[in-house]
Design a protein around this ligand. Structure first.
Ligand code: B12
Ligand code: SF4
Length: 461
């Protein structure tokens, strides 16, 4: 089979779409041909003419569904090639199969199901019993197959297919690449897809967090270093593994055999001495950590993240004592929050001495707990579709909404220059344009100095 993946490169920045790269690797291992093209009608049509794909594949999140679907609609009218959709949006909204332009949809983790699907299609056999598949039967009834249990041994998977994006310089020439050492997260934050995801899988009893073996992870990193000349690794795990034996083996083998600096995501909860010591030995330069709000009650009751500000401050101090920088992630415009509470979040970031404070407008994605709470309280403005990213606007009915949206823009600036904190309300009266310019410049500078911590030439910097 010849499969053409449409990818919205703009959404990705420098992050590789690992889900698609895993699917591509599995498909190629089964002798299928896989191609990728950016989401531009002209480029897609050119590829269709040269490749003549048997299948058009699309990976969608909730915010990206609508514009990728628009592209597929146009293609369907003109070429009528079978289409298949997958990714987090389909996992939670399989009902999109009702659209005429979507022939097949897949829920959940799909390496094995997709492989089976492609093999059956190629052999001209029926695909109707394939796990995870959602499709329209001849009588137009929708059939939703059950989910294949999550893969327990992740080492059976081939490494992500880095060749898929070889024609796209932003990826093929990137100094940093993403790797996932584990799948899953033990927490249940109300705004995240993890809790509903594991509810879907509740019948297949498996550990929520699945670790690849250290050797398998190290081998992938070595390939990145030796073949792709990568200078830094981004471990895109939900929470970087904190299991003691795994971590000490990783610190030893990764530092000796790979030795590349890396940054990763974690939770303050797991930041104990042992964990940080191993991370620092391994070469961790920066930890990305959710602070989310400075209000303890909101944090516990609305976000389902119980921890005091005092403990966060102690943990941040501990992290810094190992020479690791902190990139905090914060949510402003929370349901049941307020401008004053969001300003307290800014104050907490200053007290944490965070190296880079990022702030996002809370987007209560449908099917998450926070969306349910906000909806029940009548806080969702239904005239507002789910916007494409959580940077610019909020679908919540908020008091002082304009000021909160502006606070998001000045957040990094004020957290970087704490003397500005007492002028926060004055800054909120400034016009948007100069703030936007200053915030973009500072953002770029912070990304270079706090996150991309490998030795780079002045030109690259
Ligand atoms: C890396 C990442 C990013 C990267 C790269 C995104 C990408 N496309 O890979 C970046 C930084 C760009 C990003 C951006 C955003 N992200 Co993000 N991101 C992730 C993260 C942490 C890991 C993704 C990953 O690689 N997973 C591992 C791979 C193996 O799994 P996968 O991608 O889900 O793919 C598997 C299945 O979904 C399925 N599948 C996927 N695609 C397809 C396609 C077909 C045809 C088939 C058959 C199957 C299939 O098979 C794959 C293999 O098993 C996830 C959380 C998570 N744990 O997954 C959030 C996550 C995907 N992101 C999310 C969100 C909300 C965002 C943003 C809105 C945030 C923002 N700043 O604006 C943007 C949206 C960008 C956009 N417009 O789509 C949500 C999506 C929720 C939802 N309802 O859609 C998630 C789930 C986080 C969460 N916990 O809630 N993200
Ligand atoms: S810690 Fe992060 S990945 Fe885990 S449930 Fe919370 S938001 Fe999701």
């Amino acid at each position: 089979m010849k499969i053409l993946f449409i990818i919205n490169m703009e959404d990705l920045g420098f992050e590789e779409p690992l889900g698609v790269l895993y699917l591509s690797a599995v498909s190629k291992k089964n002798n299928h041909k896989v191609y990728a093209v950016e989401n531009s009608l002209a480029s897609i049509e050119e590829e269709i003419k040269t490749i003549k794909p048997d299948l058009i594949a699309v990976s969608v999140t909730t915010p990206s569904f609508s514009y990728l679907f628009q592209t597929v609609k146009k293609l369907k009218i003109k070429y009528n090639i079978p289409t298949v959709f997958g990714g987090p949006h389909i996992t939670f909204f399989p009902e999109v199969i009702k659209y005429r332009e979507i022939d097949y949809a897949f829920r959940g983790e799909c390496e094995e199901a997709f492989r089976e699907f492609l093999n059956l299609m190629e052999e001209g056999k029926p695909v109707s019993e394939v796990y995870n598949l959602v499709f329209k039967e001849a009588d137009k009834d929708i059939k939703q197959n059950s989910l294949k249990p999550l893969i327990s041994n992740l080492d059976i998977l081939p490494f992500p297919d880095r060749e898929l994006l070889a024609n796209y310089k932003e990826f093929s020439e990137a100094d940093i690449r993403s790797v996932i050492a584990s799948r899953g997260c033990p927490y249940n934050c109300s705004y995240c897809f993890n809790k509903p995801y594991y509810q879907l899988y509740k019948e297949s009893s498996i550990n929520r967090v699945r670790l690849r073996s250290v050797d398998n992870v190290v081998q992938e990193c070595l390939e990145l270093k030796n073949i792709y000349k990568v200078r830094m690794i981004h471990f895109f795990d939900d929470i970087f593994p904190f299991q003691k034996d795994w971590l000490s083996e990783f610190a030893d083998k990764y530092s000796k055999r790979v030795g590349l600096p890396f940054f990763t995501n974690t939770h303050f909860d797991v930041c104990a001495k042992d964990y940080l010591e191993h991370l620092s030995t391994a070469g961790c330069k920066t930890l990305i950590i959710g602070v989310e709000t400075g209000d303890e009650e909101l944090r516990e009751k609305v976000l389902y993240r119980k921890m005091s500000n005092k403990i966060m401050i102690e943990k941040a101090k501990l992290i810094h004592s190992y020479g690791i920088k902190i990139y905090t992630q914060n949510l402003v415009g929370l349901p049941f929050g307020s401008l004053a509470k969001d300003i307290e979040t800014l104050r907490l970031n200053i007290n944490l001495k965070t190296d880079f404070a990022g702030a996002y407008l809370c987007q209560p994605y449908p099917k998450t707990e926070i969306e349910r709470m906000a909806r029940e309280a009548g806080l969702i403005d239904d005239s507002y579709g789910i916007s494409r990213s959580f940077y610019y606007s909020s679908p919540l009915k908020l008091v002082n909404k304009k000021e909160i949206e502006k606070l998001r823009r000045i957040f990094t600036i004020v957290a970087s220059f704490p003397f500005l904190f007492k002028y926060t309300y004055t800054l909120l009266k400034f016009p948007v344009f100069p703030i936007k310019v200053a915030a973009s410049l500072l953002h770029g500078y912070k990304i270079r100095t706090v996150i991309l911590r490998y030795k780079m030439s002045l030109k690259v910097f």
